[in-house]
Design a protein around this ligand. Structure first.
Ligand SMILES: *Cc1c(COP(=O)(O)O)cnc(C)c1O
Length: 378
């Protein structure tokens, strides 16, 4: 559907011409109140229809090969709007093992209040999804590569299972970004992002996105405007600007991450490295099939060092939450994204206390390796 190469689409897709001046960038429209008498629709930020929302929504939907998109004030606003738009009292949904912590909380602490039941797969095998389908199942939700263990789910097989059984398929494509993975081409119905991560890319934006067909996006929008998770024009523009460099950022992050994963997996003080670009990763073959790059995210377990002490010894790589920016950052999942899980829930998810998650930036890899080396040595 997208007519141009992704690197070109990142720069040009969705831009609204500045007709008044001929400027190259989409102007920032500051109003939240608009004349209505001669307008087809009421225009209002929370209705997701102001120019800056539409410009960046179109950009992301072109990158993801969808018909339409919506921009939200956070990734979780996208997750909640999609789930509450598509599920109702009495419905059942299937979620894959290895969800982002916030999504896991949403599923396990919120949706049952509204009469929605769910199951989480014990692993990411296709048979496990199939086994959990009930007569009232409406939706399958996956996240691949997953956070923080980089589990890989076969997108094409999940999408065709969902089609066969008339279920909606949803994917969280945050970790891969459309530069590395285009799930709609593999048959997925709805793609969502925490745009706070790679799409924003500079650790200075909190936003979310959903991309799908016109029909699904209209349905999600109807619920979303009641939930209220829209994004302001200024941040929409920041996001639009950031995405112009998405392809070159992510390509650099792919290369850097591969080098760091190889370095860490050969280090005597490192127990295990989770990176889909390593041939020993259990999802490597599927990842190689469905991804054009393996991404900038990885996790590893320390053999002897205390994870907190280790993080404090790092000089360039900072212990910071979140991911996907141009700075390389590190965090302990147990102390951050998965801190609300009980010990039992964490063990079931395979998240150990010595696990560190690395979000690889665009610095020179030799400087990054040098920093890791000095912290691992002492
Ligand atoms: C961060 C994240 C989210 C939530 O996004 P927010 O912008 O923090 O609301 C959802 N999914 C994944 C994979 C994430 O990393």
């Amino acid at each position: 559907m997208s007519p141009v190469n992704i690197q070109t689409a990142c720069v040009h897709a969705g831009t609204i011409m500045d007709e008044k001046t001929g400027g190259v960038n989409t102007p920032i429209y500051t109003s939240t109140s608009f004349e209505y008498l001669d307008s087809k629709d009421i225009i209002y930020p929370r209705y997701f229809n102001i120019v800056n929302e539409e410009a960046v929504a179109r950009k992301i939907s072109e990158l993801e090969h969808g018909e339409a998109g919506l921009i939200f004030s956070s990734g979780m606003a996208a997750v909640s709007s999609i789930l509450f738009a598509l599920l109702q009292n009495g419905d059942h949904a299937i979620f894959q093992k290895g969800l982002y912590g916030g999504t896991f909380n949403m599923v396990t602490r919120e949706i049952e209040k509204y009469g929605i039941s769910y199951d989480i797969t014990p692993d990411n095998e296709i048979a496990s999804f199939e086994k959990l389908i009930r007569p009232n199942t409406k939706l399958i939700y996956i996240e691949t590569p997953s956070n923080p263990l980089l589990l890989i789910t076969d997108i094409k097989r999940v999408a065709s299972l969902a089609k066969e059984r008339k279920l909606v398929s949803v994917i969280d494509n945050t970790f891969a970004s459309p530069v590395n993975q285009i799930p709609i081409d593999l048959g997925i119905d709805i793609v969502l992002h925490s745009a706070t991560k790679y799409l924003g890319g500079h650790h200075d934006i909190c936003a979310g996105a959903a991309v799908s067909t016109n029909e699904y996006i209209q349905k999600i929008r109807k619920t979303a405007l009641s939930l209220g998770g829209s994004l302001n024009a200024w941040t929409c523009y920041m996001l639009e600007r950031s995405i112009k460099t998405l392809a070159i950022r992510v390509k650099c992050q792919n290369e850097n991450a591969q080098k760091l994963a190889e370095y860490l997996s050969g280090h005597p003080e490192v127990d295990r490295v989770y990176y889909p670009g390593l041939p020993g990763h259990p999802g490597h073959e599927i990842a190689a099939k469905q991804m054009s790059g393996f991404g900038g995210m990885m996790s590893f377990e320390l053999k002897n060092a205390d994870p907190v002490v280790f993080q404090k010894k790092l000089k360039l790589i900072r212990p910071v939450v979140s991911l996907g920016g141009i700075e390389t950052i590190i965090c302990s999942s147990v102390l951050t994204s998965h801190r609300h899980l009980t010990l039992e829930e964490r063990e079931r998810e395979g998240i150990r206390s010595n696990l560190l998650r690395l979000s690889v930036g665009i610095e020179d890899t030799s400087d990054l390796i040098h920093d890791l080396e000095q912290a691992l040595k002492s």
